[in-house]
Design a protein around this ligand. Sequence first.
Ligand SMILES: Nc1nc2c(ncn2[C@@H]2O[C@H](COP(=O)(O)OP(=O)(O)O)[C@@H](O)[C@H]2O)c(=O)[nH]1
Ligand SMILES: [Mg+2]
Length: 688
Amino acid sequence: MARHLIKHLRTLALVGQAGSGKTSLVEALLARAGAIPAAGSVERGTTVCDYTPQEKQLQHSLKLAVASFAVNGGEQPTFVHLLDTPGYPDFLGHALPALAAVETAAIVINAQNGIEMMTGRFMQWAAKRGLDRLVVVNKIDAENVDLEGLLGRIQQAFGKECLPLNLPAAKAAKVSDCFFAPAGEADFSSVAEAHQRLVDQVVEVDEQLMASYLEKGEVSPEELHEPLERAMREGHLVPVVFCSAKSGAGVQELLEVIVKLMPNPSEGNPPAYLSVPVDGGAPAEIQALPDPGKHALAHVFKIEIDPYIGRLAVFRVHQGRITPGTQLYLGEGRKPVKAGHLYLLRGKSQTEVAEAVPGDICAIAKVDEIQFDQILHDSPGDAHIRARPLELPVPVFGLAVQPKKRGDEQKVSDVLHKLVAEDPCFRIEHNAQANETVMRGLGEMHLRTTLDKIANQYKVELDTRPPSIPYRETIASRAEGHSRHKKQTGGAGQFGEVFLKVEPLPRGKGFEFVDMVKGGAIPNQFIPAVEKGVRGVLGTGFLAGYPIQDLRVIVYDGKSHPVDSKEVAFVSAGRKAFLDALAKARAIVLEPIVNVSIVAPEHKMGDITGELSGHRGHIRGSDAPRPGTVQIAAQAPLAELEQFPARLKSLTAGHGSYTLEFSHYEPAPPQLQQKLVAAHRPAAHADD
Ligand SMILES: Nc1nc2c(ncn2[C@@H]2O[C@H](COP(=O)(O)OP(=O)(O)O)[C@@H](O)[C@H]2O)c(=O)[nH]1
Ligand SMILES: [Mg+2]
């Protein structure tokens, strides 16, 4: 494949609601450009991007895919790196990183459904990252679509700067260009008027052009190019195009828009990197320059591990040049690795290339050290450079897992680590107290597909159950404790005596140990032993086996023996004095409270608030981010939310989404306290 000058490169991520036709659109574009003989279909499992067995079976995308291809025509071919992303919120960990790799976010809208949940979210995320945005209205061929109404709603929701570059014509069998050669007819509105609006909007960013335009009454497309790039980069213009991946209407025009109007790597906003000072000060923003002559800087935005082929690291070059011979440093790492073969990707197929320049998206195979979100660079002096944070959602939806077959533990652990390497929103926690392994993801669908992948691809079966809730214990009042440890067994004895006080601290303050012993009643060298004894109790709890927090322990008196006082004696006395104090300090169990943020169709507001209130939740406010949509902020005990994802899904027919984040701990209600205490002491309970 011939290589290209930077100005002939384009990078686009197709993002938006699942089912809007992103994967099909990649097919249509590839076929139109002659990169594949014919467009495949999602239903038949023959697309370039949905290439995993699981995607073929489910008929929707689960991960990020790259399709690189050349568009011939013009003086020189244009080389396009298209990224296809999954649209379900559960797979955001595979969609959001695409935004770090491109100049343009193409937000695809399903003309049948109009503006959906993920449409608005991706519009915002892309704007926040300073990307050019292109709105692609797909499925214009479908029955009963109101394209004129939809364009109005797009402008109402996302602003008057959303202006059509083309309009549907001949009953949506084709589209009429409104920018380059505005002459045709349109199904609604007028091509001439749409052209006028575009020009008016673009000249606003350039005073000189504006003046000449006002004087002459016209402006050529060449004169418009520069200001148009600027308008898009500044969010002053968000072009809208219409198309159908199915009928092919508007696909050629979309290719043309990509080639002629979408920014090359030097026309988009420069990608922001952070420079972390060696002395640990606040990171400063620096910009990578799309200059192949500078140090190489590339960002790894995807890791894929194939059970047979191994690890593939996919990265975007932002600065400098990478060749198979380049010695690449991985983030802060001091030991460089050789890039080895460089590949261009088209779905699962790989083509070797000789170099990658700014704007290129390439992959390196079989370098196990490379990790997601890492910076690849060719100069040890750049070890302080970091990628700007991706701001991915934090996974809190959890399932405790265990191998079905005994003896599979190691295999399971290996597989889980591979999945963690591939998916930034998938985590594994080990809860030592409950002796359980918990996998966390963004939702029920995320974990279910991950379990299916484990079963089908890695041939390991897991049993699952809800994870235990991370309860904590604390005290509700001050108390005193005392213990005298004395042992006289034959030879040398053991002696230590401790007096201490406990007092509650405000929530979230953790633990404090204070030494107020006067006159050496406990010799200085034994104070750490007392603290060790006290801390030994913190981890295992007093009431129900949960870690103790938010209290201060003050050791204020004691006694020692010149011969028999030893460390073990004070460890034991400290421990028992603390337990003695806890028994009088009204120990209580704390439960985690989480912030729940829900976005759902407006008319479901009552059902959702009812569901939350029924589970000890408090509604803290609501908002209407877009017409027809409500955002609810609430707080609820984590323990009550086990069924919430499933309930929300059924209440909103899948159109609701939520995020959870830890807020604080609160005393659990008395009934729950009793239940937890009883569960911890089943034997004692049975004796009652
Ligand atoms: N009528 C119509 N259907 C389409 C069009 N594009 C895609 N589809 C169908 O919409 C469904 C979802 O398409 P897909 O490409 O998987 O959407 P994605 O989730 O955004 O990748 C599939 O059944 C496609 O065949 C289109 O332009 N018109
Ligand atoms: Mg898809």
